[in-house]
Design a protein around this ligand. Structure first.
Ligand code: HEC
Length: 404
């Protein structure tokens, strides 16, 4: 007995070698990473096989611990909002990847059936596809050596009002196209303003927003968004005979000039149960001092201050800042109630902006106190930074997807 015990312990240790690639890590990576990290997708290297993953193991552990991969800015820990289709690893999954790397990335035994890689999702038969109608070659500017922020005017040629319920962006050149936003033109003045800006060339420089006063985001897309479906029964309206603006952020390729013609495929309905509206909540008095690592700006409002006389259902949020942004958060406090967090992006990444939808809509009372707080890194600035459309300017804004 006394001699047997150590042997037993040893053999138990041999039975539990810790996480292996095939046993533990590959299923996590397949489900959460390979959609982007495979040939012809936006991830810069594939993670389909053990051989491909090993050189990236330590980086995978770091990126997943920092929650920079998979890309998903909004806190999904349960502390702030419950999100539909969140790209989010559990703490256990992150630990498994780290433990595997710490144990020198053992391969383990390959399963008899190889893991099946989920095919890319595509929109079945779009009703309308819009593009800007020509091949555009992005250009560097004095402001941006590496990026071109372009707005194009497009005509969806609708002779009746229609509602967008789903969409998919097909980047012409996935290596250059970083994000795409479709903007509405809410009235004839907005349309005239956009036409003047676009001129004969059909496009103009824009950054952070459409550059047109009365326009709202209809559809926002970042690489990896796939097919975006608005909540069941809802849609956003495009007015008959109205044009749209497509804003594209191009990241220029070093020493190479290529052209792009990005398309947006739309699923449209003549009618939806509830028309959704996107409101941009912001305070144009935004100003933060230069020379701070975390310069904070916050603003408060009630829907009643904005002349909204009723409660609304909040289905989704689109936090937005420019490149100095470091974090953004929105809360609400009902009269006599306690503060509730509606969205929290603790580490802002300008490259990965997206709209987040809740599992269930949240009813916002028109008397609830809403607060948006943004922080900015202004260490490189010499003058206060204020609100504006330009790269030198900032924003602290939350687009809200609501029904009335
Ligand atoms: C939505 C698409 C997408 C998903 C999902 C995704 N990645 Fe990535 N990943 C990218 C892109 C694009 C880059 C390069 C640009 C960047 O770093 O943002 C990248 C970069 C990386 C890098 C390199 C970072 C560096 O520069 O050192 C690592 C490591 C990585 N991803 C690991 C993962 C892991 C592990 C997962 C799953 C848990 C994952 N990614 C999920 C798109 C994705």
């Amino acid at each position: 007995m006394t001699r047997l015990l150590p042997v037993l312990l040893l053999s138990m240790a041999a039975c539990d070698p810790g996480p292996t690639w095939h046993g533990d890590v590959a299923p996590i990576v397949n489900e959460n990473c390979v959609g982007c990290h495979q040939a012809d997708q936006i991830g810069p290297f594939p993670l389909e096989t053990y051989e491909q993953a090993v050189p990236w193991g330590p980086a995978m552990a770091i990126e997943t611990q920092a929650r920079t991969m998979p890309p998903w800015g909004a806190d999904n820990s349960g502390e702030c909002g419950e999100w539909r289709d969140a790209r989010w690893l559990s703490d256990e999954e992150i630990q498994t990847i780290s433990d595997w790397v710490a144990a020198d990335m053992p391969e383990g035994r390959a399963p008899k059936e190889p893991l099946e890689i989920a095919p890319a999702e595509t929109l079945p038969e779009p009703d309308v596809t819009v593009d800007f109608g020509f091949d555009y070659t992005p250009l560097a500017s004095a402001e941006h050596a590496d990026d071109d922020y372009r707005c194009f005017l497009l005509d969806p040629e609708l002779d009746t009002d229609q509602f967008i319920t789903q969409f998919e962006v097909e980047p012409g050149d996935p290596e250059m196209v970083h994000h795409v936003i479709l903007w509405s033109l809410e009235d004839e003045n907005a349309q005239t303003q956009a036409e003047d800006l676009a001129g004969a060339a059909g496009s103009y420089t824009c950054f952070g927003a459409s550059g047109v006063n009365n326009s709202n985001p209809l559809a926002t897309w970042a690489p990896g968004s796939g097919v975006v479906s608005y909540p069941e029964g809802t849609g956003v309206k495009i007015d008959a005979n109205r044009k749209l603006i497509m804003q594209v952020h191009y990241h220029l390729l070093p020493e190479e000039s290529r052209s792009d013609r990005t398309k947006v495929h739309l699923k449209l309905e003549e009618d939806v149960d509830q028309e959704a509206i996107v409101w941009l909540l912001a305070d144009g008095r935004l100003s933060v001092p230069a020379g701070q690592q975390e310069a904070e700006f916050s603003f408060q409002f009630r829907l009643s201050d904005l002349n909204v006389p009723f409660d609304v259902d909040l289905w989704g949020v689109l936090p937005h800042m420019h490149q100095r942004g470091t974090s953004i958060r929105m809360t609400r406090t009902p009269a006599g109630g306690t503060q509730e967090c509606l969205v929290d992006v603790p580490v802002w990444d300008f490259e990965w902006q997206q709209q987040y939808f809740y599992e269930e809509p949240i009813e916002i009372g028109n008397d609830d106190l809403m607060q948006v707080t943004c922080t900015f890194d202004t260490l490189d600035d010499t003058a206060p930074v204020s609100w504006g459309d330009g790269t030198e300017d900032e924003m602290c804004l939350v687009g809200v997807f609501v029904t009335l």
